[in-house]
Design a protein around this ligand. Sequence first.
Ligand SMILES: Cc1ncc(COP(=O)(O)O)c(C=O)c1O
Length: 396
Amino acid sequence: MNSKQIFEIEARHTSGLYTKQPIIFVRGQGALLFDIDNVEYLDCASGHGVANLGHAHPMVAAALAEQATKLVTLFETFYNDQRAALMEKMCALVPGLERVFFCNSGTEAVEAAIKFARISTGRPGIVATMRAFHGRTMGSLSATYNKKYREGFEPLVPGYCHVPYNNIEALEKAISAETAAFIVEAVQGEGGVYIADPAYIQAARRICDEHGALLIIDEVQSGFGRTGKWFAVQHSGVTPDLLCCAKSLAGGVPMGAVLIGPAVKNLTPGVHGSTFGGNPLACAAGVAALTAIEAERLPAQAAEKGAYLMQKLRQIDSPLIREVRGIGLMVGIELKQKVQPYLKTLQDRHILALNAGLTVIRLLPPLVITYEQIDHLLEVLTEVFSSEASASTQAE
Ligand SMILES: Cc1ncc(COP(=O)(O)O)c(C=O)c1O
């Protein structure tokens, strides 16, 4: 199939749900993506934070190839070596959370955690935060804040409310004897790259305990080393009752999971489930991915590289930049104007980045990005944000 045919077929058959960019990617390697003409792009989006290990990681590729010849699918009613290995590895990452539910995406992980909180406590209330993004299925969408995602889908699930992020007083008021759970991102990604104050997460733990509510931490985007620790919540020393993860868990293979603590009750056979959840193929990829993240010290690398990147970003002298914030390799550059034209300019310079709301450029590069690649990124960003360049971008 040539490029013209690919564009035509996708344009004809796409659901219409995505803003398409006119580039055909066919291959990746580490932090690089290659288009159909073998043109190289630096991937600072990682498929929305999936490719922590980079693209085409040899350990994940080998595990997939081997497992595909053995057993791809097996319902969780039966035992399996790869699933057992992954369960053990995952539960070792967060001492205190000794059970795990496997599913296939971030929204499914959040959906499951909310159901677990309700069945466990027998209460309806879910307290979430303003600017939160937890996914797009009805239960997780009801916890998502931005009306852009919610409008047109009402009535959403009843029993939800939203409180300002990082505001302990508002949380004290919102959580009651009717609350099943407080759900919060340890770092808000889509919402603009805002980091939870460790004192806020510690207070959330205390307030939930005082009212018999559960604490759900959503690490779908911030998990698996991205913020400098395995999970961002670990910066606060708090152990949640339910920890949702997905994205980079299986090195890019679709997989989600909820880690479950001892306070979560009533998870009995048939209460919840997933056909594909915990299938041996995804589990084999998960085992390989976690082994590689550990062997390559990617959490520590993310901390070091993120500190370097942010320090240099803060040195860029541009009247356009309002603030640089982030943790590890989860970085936001807040501009004084809309970011879309700048993302397009970066893409034209073969750098892929994301927005987070209207005015924040979000960088989520693979944690294996090299310092040389970070320097290249900084060079391009400096050029793009220099006064002259930004004047011409604005004029477009
Ligand atoms: C914090 C958070 N939770 C949940 C989700 C939903 O994940 P998925 O798109 O895999 O359903 C996302 C996706 O970006 C996310 O960032």
